[in-house]
Ligand binder design. Sequence first.
Ligand SMILES: NC(=O)c1ccc[n+]([C@@H]2O[C@H](COP(=O)([O-])OP(=O)(O)OC[C@H]3O[C@@H](n4cnc5c(N)ncnc54)[C@H](O)[C@@H]3O)[C@@H](O)[C@H]2O)c1
Length: 272
Amino acid sequence: MQKDLFQIKDKVAVITGGAGVLGGAIASGLAAAGVKVGILGRTAGKVDAKVAEIQSQGGTAMPLVADVLQQDQLESAREQVLSKWGQIDFLLNVAGGNRAGATIGPDQNFFDLSITDFDAVVALNLKGTVLPTYVFGQPMAEQGSGSIINISSLTAQQPFTRVVGYAAAKAAIDNFTKWLAVEMAAKFGAHIRVNAIAPGVFIGEQNRRLLLDESEQLTPRGNTIIEHTPMRRFGEPDELVGTSIWLCSAASAFITGIVVPVDGGFSAFSGV
Ligand SMILES: NC(=O)c1ccc[n+]([C@@H]2O[C@H](COP(=O)([O-])OP(=O)(O)OC[C@H]3O[C@@H](n4cnc5c(N)ncnc54)[C@H](O)[C@@H]3O)[C@@H](O)[C@H]2O)c1
């Protein structure tokens, strides 16, 4: 039995969406555990600011400016990580999100859906996970070890009203997580694992106005979510750190292909 099952010090992680709300909290948490973190995002200013924040707290981080939908940019980011740190142990696919046109408004129905926005949301959440995995998973396959963590959502298994494109794409993430877990174990051995986290509802930049009004009071939708959450609150981004460390570390050595809800009991509650 390994002495410290959760030890991940000196490992190397790439975190897509690492300058966002949830990815940023996970990045800070992994850095505090001694992991060298590559913060990958499209906007240099945001990525640089997150790297500076981690460094100011004594962590090790590098900026990786890339779009998760651009293979050449991801490959260049991979070369930056490998030339500086020599390995990639963890990939956290956190970049993702929704678009207004792929959401059905309160006074709309399915036939008002923008197919262009639907395509964009599916691309960001699904291809935006598959492509970084394709690029950053290759060094893991070569070294015969690694942990990949995708970000799903509660809406993958119990679709929320209105968010049709997002829900479909996150359902595909659950499927891809299982598919790739089998593929990696079968073709590259037991030390490459693929799992997902399904966060409950956390207040982020993208969903803030859906959940809270301008005076920070719950909207009707925010209230419905709280009523369906046994813990009666939204999640705090830091509350994703423990599950991330567990899924990266030897503590989860025999776990692959699962989706872990971190949701205050939402997915366990039938509503009655
Ligand atoms: N906030 C929630 O309640 C919640 C719940 C379940 C799942 N999620 C998922 O968690 C993840 C993070 O969400 P968040 O709330 O932190 O949102 P966020 O907007 O703060 O973070 C997403 C990050 O991804 C980046 N990004 C977007 N498109 C990109 C692209 N093409 N290339 C590179 N980077 C790109 C954004 O710049 C941003 O930094 C998303 O996948 C989201 O779907 C969020």
